[in-house]
Write a protein that binds this ligand. Structure first.
Ligand code: ADP
Length: 212
């Protein structure tokens, strides 16, 4: 079991590159944002717990997130892409412990570095499939047929937290709670910086250069 963490601000392209990695290598994509949105949609108790936080752009409390990840880990085998977890130092420490118990470790942390103006452009234009979680962009990465998912033909939606007011809150949470993880993984000597300002293919090439 290999573990690859994708670390970066909201809208830095982690989800898009995860999809490519799943397609190319059959990695398992563990996106805590997708898990949360799926639970909200199905109105599960977990969804009810997370809804307020996530739709307002705030982080869901660590204890809820850690429990969610522990449950999920029991159902997963193979190489894993961690997208959206860990997002705080407490989550990162817990992940180290969980992986240690599984005799596993973090192999790579890919840090998606990006300019903030670009983030806002990307998120405001983002369209998401509520069924499979695939993301598109209205102009930069449109679906083949306007407004519907290429994968399962579900009508695409704009996420409730994908607007300028909520992006400000999400970026503040990122700077406060998540950005310190760059130093955390640098210290562990597993961090590689990816220039995420570039468009899709150029980002992919950088990732390939690391994973080859
Ligand atoms: P993005 O990277 O585009 O901001 P995600 O889909 O990864 O979005 O996450 C959406 C929301 O889900 C976050 O704003 C937060 O409310 C919640 N969330 C996801 N992962 C975590 C986490 N590890 N810790 C706390 N909250 C999380």
């Amino acid at each position: 079991m290999r573990n690859i963490i994708l670390l970066g601000a909201p809208g830095s392209g982690k989800g898009t590159q995860s999809e490519y990695l799943v397609k190319q290598f059959g990695f398992t994509h563990l996106s805590t944002g997708n898990i949360i949105r799926d639970n909200i949609e199905r109105k599960t108790p977990l969804g009810v717990l997370c809804q307020q936080y996530s739709e307002q752009g705030q982080l869901v409390p660590d204890d809820i997130m850690i429990q969610m990840v522990e449950n999920h880990l029991q159902t997963i085998t193979g190489d894993l892409i961690w997208d959206g977890f860990p997002r705080t130092i407490i989550q990162a420490e817990k992940l180290d412990q969980l992986l240690q118990k599984l005799h596993s470790k973090i192999d790579y942390t890919l840090y998606f570095e990006i300019n903030e103006k670009k983030i806002i452009e990307r998120i405001i234009g983002r369209l998401t499939c509520p069924t499979c979680g695939l993301t598109y962009h209205k102009t930069a990465l449109p679906p083949k047929v306007q407004g519907v998912c290429d994968n399962d033909q579900t009508p695409l939606v704009q996420r409730k937290d994908d607007n300028e007011a909520k992006i400000k809150i999400r970026l503040a949470a990122y700077h406060n709670d998540t950005a310190p993880l760059v130093q955390y993984y640098l210290n562990k000597q597993v961090l590689t910086v990816i220039d995420a300002d570039m468009e899709g293919h150029a980002v992919w090439d950088q990732i390939m250069a690391v994973l080859k």
